[in-house]
Design a protein around this ligand. Structure first.
Ligand code: 3HC
Length: 287
């Protein structure tokens, strides 16, 4: 099986930066594309901060962190992805933006057998595959935040994903990145978010109704169920905009009330209170 060591990533936000980091830590040369120079600079800084954390926690030596950074190139030019064997899309969780990204990737990526993967949290892979002329090469590779810490990747195959594409994508996640892969059919939310998002929305409804405080809800799940963090802190970590976008995809797919975003979540997103990345969500984060 051909090794996928020329990797591209589209988007250098929370997830794209993490994916670029783990690929470069595994030895791949990674080209990351962002919307413009300012976003590219912010994305590179995000990778640098995460590598600094890894060094501070003694997961990585200083010189290794420098070498990892040297394998990551971040810029605004989509054409830089032309020679990639694998591209992972990690742009915002908005269907129109993702569809347009796949349309562009189809034009730009030269290798006829390149794997075009999406890190979408919830959008059916088929919707992205059909934006290309090579739907058999489109697959879901869904990572979890923080990507350098969490070992899981969901592999999502659409009705049209080729077996070879799925094998190569899985091999990349397991053999190159040393991640644990679980397989899901192409249904909105896949396995993890189909279970996680209703839980987060229930916690928001519980707080919104005055039933309990944010702190008590989170403490309940941390101390009572040994979760690493409570649901409201986790929603802040994921980003409330992403949490809402995933809820909307799930609701659109299944039309079940448990996936409907509560009004408080919508208002917080409208207000820009998006969680950790915005400095404020259910909690305040010192800058
Ligand atoms: N690089 C390498 N290792 C790192 C690191 C980094 N940048 N940052 C932290 N670590 C390591 C630490 O060294 C520690 O390792 P150890 O257990 O071997 O000592 C481990 O990660 C955990 O770190 P800490 O115990 O210090 O805890 P923190 O408070 O710093 O981090 C957390 C906590 C990892 C975020 C933990 O609370 C957690 O796992 N929370 C749950 C996160 C979660 O559920 N994510 C999934 C979100 S859903 C998603 O992403 C899907 C999307 O589609 C919505």
């Amino acid at each position: 099986m051909q090794q996928l060591d020329r990797v591209g990533v589209v988007g250098c936000g929370l997830m794209g930066a993490g994916i670029a980091e783990v690929a470069a830590r595994a030895g791949a040369e990674v080209v990351v594309v962002e919307a413009d120079e300012a976003a590219a600079k912010a994305g590179r800084a995000r990778v640098e901060r995460s590598l600094a954390t890894a060094v501070a926690r003694k997961k990585l030596a200083d010189d290794e962190a420098t070498a990892v950074l040297g394998r990551i190139q971040v810029g605004p030019d989509m054409d830089a992805l032309a020679d990639r064997q694998l591209v992972v899309e990690a742009v915002p969780e908005v269907e129109t933006i993702k569809v347009e990204t796949f349309r562009r990737l189809d034009d730009v990526v030269d290798a006829p057998d390149a794997v075009l993967a999406s890190n979408t949290s919830s959008i059916p892979i088929m919707k992205l595959a059909m934006a290309t002329r090579r739907p058999e090469q489109v697959v879901g590779l869904h990572f979890f935040n923080p990507v350098p810490v969490l070992p899981l990747v969901e592999l999502v195959t659409s009705l049209l994903t080729g077996d070879e594409t799925a094998r190569r994508a899985e091999g990349f996640a397991t053999d190159v990145l040393d991640k644990r892969v679980i397989r899901s059919q192409d249904r909105a939310g896949f396995i993890v978010n189909a279970l996680l998002i209703p839980y987060l929305l229930s916690a928001i409804r519980m707080m919104e109704s005055g039933f309990a405080t944010a702190e008590d809800i989170d403490t309940g799940m941390v101390q009572g169920c040994a979760h690493p963090m409570g649901p409201l802190a986790l929603a802040d970590l994921i980003g409330l905009d992403t949490t809402m976008a995933v809820a909307e995809s799930l609701y659109e797919e299944f039309k079940e009330p448990l996936y409907a975003a509560p009004p408080l979540l919508s208002r917080m997103v409208d207000a820009g209170l998006l969680g950790r990345k915005a400095g404020r969500g259910f909690y305040d984060y010192a800058r």
